[in-house]
Design a protein around this ligand. Sequence first.
Ligand code: ASP
Length: 434
Amino acid sequence: MTNEVPADQVLENNLEQDPEGGSLFLQIFVSMAAGVALGLLLGSRPTVLGIQTSGLLQFCQTASKLVLQLLAALATPLILVAVSHVLMTSDIKGRQAGRLVWLLISNTLTAIFIGLVVMNVFQPGRFAKLPEPNMSKSDLPTVGVLDQMLNNIPKSLLGPLGDSNNVLGTIVIAVAFGIAMREHRDKLETLLETSLKVILRVIGWVIQLVPLAVFLTITNVVGKEGFEPFVALGGFTVTVLVGLMLQVAYYMTRIRINSWPRPGEVIRAMRDALVMAFSTGSSTVTMPVTFRCLRQKLGLREQSASMGALVGANFNNDGTALYEAMAALFISQMLGRQLDLGQQLLVVITSVVASVGAAGIPRAGLVTMTLVFRAVNLPPEYITILFAVDWFLDRCRTMVNVLGDVTVSCILDGRESEKAEQIRLAQVLEFPPV
Ligand code: ASP
C-alpha cells in the first residue's frame, strides 16, 4: 500500500502528541494493586462494616462494566472511520494485502507450535490431580464457527455499529464504503480526518475513567475467585505462561528484524494498552487505546496502525490459539491419552479456526475451545476444570493478542519510520540527484 496523503499533512498527524502523557500506566498499575488488596479482604469475610461483601462485589462488577462498555462502544466508530479513511486514501496493492494475511497466519502457527512444544516438554498434566468433572452436564455453550462467521455479515447498515462486539461486520461496511469513497476523496478527506480526531479525543476522555474501572474489576474477580486454584493448577498455569513469554520473545525478534522501532521502545510506547489488556481481559475494549498508542506514542503510519490493530486484530488472536492448543494437550495428558502427531495436527488446524472465531471479549477463548476438543474427541466438559485459573490466564493471553496486533502493525510500517522518510524525501527535493 502506498500512502497518497500529502506529506506535510501526514507529518503533522504523526507529530500529534499524546495529551495525557505517560501516567496512565502507573495509575492502572496502582489500581490493580489496590484491587487485589481489597478483593482479598472482601473475599475473606462475609460482611464488612455490616455490609454483605457479596453485594459490594456485585456493585464493583456493575460499575466497572459501565466504563468498559463505553470504550467498547467507541471501538466500532473508530474502526469505521479509520479503516474507511485508510482505504480511501491508500493505493492498495494485492501484494501488501497478501503480506498482512501471511503475517497473521505465520504468527498464529508459530504460537500454536510454541504451545504444543512447551506442553509436550513440561507435561504438567501428568502431575495434576484434579477431581473428575461432572460429565452429565456442561456449563459451556457450544459454537458453530461457520454460524459465528455468517453472523458477522451485516443484517442492516447500522446494526454492526449498534452492537459493539460485531467488529467484523463493521469492517465489512468500512471496506465497502472506503473503496466507494475513493472517487470523492477531495470532498470527504477533511470530513473523515476531523471525525477521526474527534473520536480519538472522546476516547481520551473515557480513558481517564479506566483506572477506576480496573480497580473495581480486579476487586470483583479477586474477591470472588481468590488465588487458591493456582496451587492446584500451578503446573498448567506456569507452562502456559512460559509459552506466552516465548511468543512475546518471537514478536520482539520479528520487530527487531523487520521494523524500525526497537523492541524496548515498542513495549514502552504500548504499556498503556498492555496493562489495559491485562486488566480488562478484552482486546476489543483495548483496541481504541492500542490504536492511539501506535499512532501517538510509537508514531506508526495511520495505515499500518489501522491495518494491524483494527483490521488484523479481529483475526489475530495468537495468545488464544496458543492457549487452546495447550489446554487440549493438558486435558489429554490428565486423561492418560497421548495425542499422536495426526491428532496434534488437528489441534493446530482447529486452534487456528477457533482463535479466529474468538471475539475479543473476556473468556471468549473458552467457548471456542469446544471446537478443538470435539475435533480430537476430548470431552468438552473437561474445559470446566480450567475455569478456576482462566480469569488470570485470559488476561495474560489478551496481552499477547494485543502484542500480536502491535507486531503486525510494526512490520507493516517497515524499516523506515514516517518521520525519517519525510526527512529523506525533503532532502532529495532540496538536493535533487543530477
Ligand atoms: N479475552 C481474549 C481477548 O479479548 C479472548 C480470549 O482468548 O478469551 O482477546
